[in-house]
Design a protein around this ligand. Structure first.
Ligand code: ATP
Ligand code: MG
Length: 566
């Protein structure tokens, strides 16, 4: 490709709107263009990188036994109502209606459609296991699109769905997919970790995410400093420090004028936060829920949502709280009834806590569970934090930021039971098929690869996903010999199957070399009047500091050797 023909111009300045490195570099290198919030065009260079990632994914999915197909983007809303996932996705679902007023959805994922397909086509245990996948555009009306390709509303995803006859087979398939995923990210040049992930309201089933560590990541990962435990904070468990224990004392009312937050109350009464009990009110699918948790711990809303099995969870408003006859800031589980009470086990780690008094400016000392109040549902809803103990070995947990580039999930019979996708076993008995789903966001993977592979000058493409492998850069275009030699080298390299971008523009050496660094192809080949005097060319790997001078004669062999294709 001649750079003078390439669609997409490099920018001198870093665009002000770019929120992270990959966003900056993708814009600066002329690889993407925003059309609307979270909606992008991929220009030729970005598309080539995306296609290479897709090829790697296809190879690994096929090697693991996957069969590629393509399902529709347009899906009847009814199908989503059948599994109630219209409620689970809520406003994230893009909906529209056709000319006959039939409601449709732009698919954010394809569990329903694939289950429908399998329901019609699989009858017997002989048809299983079955692994179906596609690489296709997904639509999600994200509340906050951000970070360039990191969180968008229209994006390419590889989604594979597995169908197995029993748990053991599902486990085998699941492990096979984890292995395939590891190969994919390694081939794409990524340094990643596999973490335990939230499995949502579907409940109890295993789920893992593949995380690329990066400062710009939106996810928080807690990993053990000693063993290999690692989990998304949405799911992470931890061993919390115990509060003061001892004999349960008599409850005692104390005045706490104007003190509302845990911090204010704890300071005023001169007790550590660990000796307090926090009351938090939520609205879950329109119903008020009371939560009791130790004062030093934050509620993990993902865990709470799963425990309640609700679709929409938010903090209750002041009005909702007072309409229910409660006092925000001084609320307490004491004497509370007629409202669902959820407790976190942390309230049993220590005795004699300070809790709200259910009237303004009043708290109560020496509150103990279960002596003084009741809970309807006791379940872990605590946020784990760095420094707390690993749930496996007790060593301190460490927090890091990550980008979720893939997610694997054992769905079990959630969809197949609801949609009647069964198979007949050897004895002719019908069972629901067991499912798994496995997703990779292609654009997000590309962005994550740039987050991990760049320097202050630009992208440093890992060879397997680089748009082009060679950046051919003549510096003295007024020298006829340079022009002739570089033209014939371009022809030769291309003929040998190398992917070459040829900077044939009439630009200064400074501009050309800057652009070569910005675009970041793995190998830069420079020809100048000076190098030609000694019959040589300069080769430089983008990831290395030094360049080498090699004879022009036979340089293509040298170049091929420096670029192992995989
Ligand atoms: P997130 O928690 O980041 O919103 P998710 O858990 O909803 O993602 P999945 O349903 O697991 O996403 O989708 C599979 C993969 O698709 C994710 O691991 C991610 O790589 C990618 N992905 C999901 N949402 C987006 C998005 N809005 N923009 C780009 N990629 C996305
Ligand atoms: Mg996910």
């Amino acid at each position: 490709m001649r750079l003078s023909n390439l669609f997409g111009k490099t920018l001198r300045q870093t665009p002000a709107e770019a929120e992270n490195i990959s966003h900056q570099l993708l814009l600066k290198a002329g690889m993407i263009n925003q059309l609307a919030a979270g909606v992008y065009s991929y220009l030729p260079l970005a598309l080539r990188a995306l296609q290479k990632i897709e090829t790697i994914i296809r190879e690994e999915m096929d090697a693991a036994g996957g069969q590629e197909l393509q399902m529709p983007v347009l899906q009847p809303l009814e199908m989503w109502q059948e599994t109630e996932r219209d409620l689970a996705f809520g406003k994230g679902l893009f909906t529209l209606s056709d000319r006959r007023e039939r409601a449709l959805v732009l698919g954010p994922t394809h569990e329903e459609v694939v289950t429908e397909l399998v329901r019609r086509n699989v009858q017997s245990y002989r048809d299983l296991p079955l692994l179906l996948y596609q690489i296709q555009t997904k639509f999600r009306d994200e509340p906050r699109p951000r970070g360039g390709l990191m969180r968008v509303r229209e994006f390419g995803m590889k989604d594979l769905y597995s169908f197995d006859a029993d748990e053991e087979c599902l486990n085998t398939t699941y492990q096979k997919m984890i292995t395939a995923y590891k190969r994919i990210y390694t081939r794409c040049g990524l340094d990643f970790v596999v973490v335990e992930a939230d499995s949502g309201a579907i409940g109890g089933k295993e789920s893992h995410e593949f995380m690329v560590l990066a400062e710009s990541g939106e996810d928080i990962i807690l990993s053990c400093s000693k063993c290999d435990y690692a989990a998304n904070v949405e799911k992470a468990e931890s061993v919390k420090p115990e509060g003061k224990t001892g004999e349960m004392l008599q409850m005692e009312q104390v005045a706490t004028p104007g003190r509302v937050t845990i911090e204010e109350v704890a300071n005023f009464l001169n007790v550590p936060e660990i000796q307090t009990l926090k009351a938090v009110f939520y609205t879950a699918d329109g119903e008020m829920v009371f939560v009791a948790i130790r004062g030093d711990i934050e509620v993990n809303e993902v865990k709470l949502k799963n425990a309640l099995g609700c679709h929409e969870l938010r903090l209750a408003t002041e009005d909702e709280i007072s309409n229910a006859g409660l006092v925000a800031g001084s609320a307490s589980p004491l004497g509370l009834s007629g409202i669902k009470r959820v407790g976190d086990p942390s309230i049993t780690l220590g005795a004699n806590l300070v809790a709200g008094g259910n009237k303004p400016d009043t708290h109560i000392r020496n509150v103990n569970y279960p002596r003084d109040f009741a809970i309807d549902l006791m379940v872990d809803i605590a946020t784990a934090r760095a420094g707390e103990g690993c749930p496996v070995c007790g060593a301190p947990l460490i927090a890091k930021k990550g980008v979720e580039v893939g997610h694997v999930f054992k769905l079990g019979s959630f969809f197949t039971e609801r949609m009647g996708a069964t198979f007949l076993d050897r004895d002719g008995v019908a069972h629901p098929i067991l499912m798994g789903c496995y997703g990779i966001g292609i654009g997000r993977l590309l962005a994550a690869a740039i987050e991990q592979n760049h320097d202050e000058k630009g992208v440093i493409w890992p060879i397997p996903i680089a748009p082009y492998q060679v950046h051919l850069c003549p510096l003295s275009s007024d020298n006829q010999e340079v022009v002739t030699k570089v033209e014939s080298l371009y022809t030769e390299l291309t003929r040998k199957g190398l992917e070459v971008i040829f900077d044939d523009r009439e630009e200064s050496p400074g501009v050309k070399l800057n652009d070569a660094d910005l675009l970041g192809m793995p190998l830069r080949v420079v020809l100048s009047s000076r190098s030609l005097k000694s019959g040589s060319v300069e080769l430089k790997m983008r990831c290395k500091k030094e360049a080498v001078l090699v004879p022009l004669d036979g340089v293509s062999r040298e170049i091929m050797a420096m670029l192992p294709s995989k």
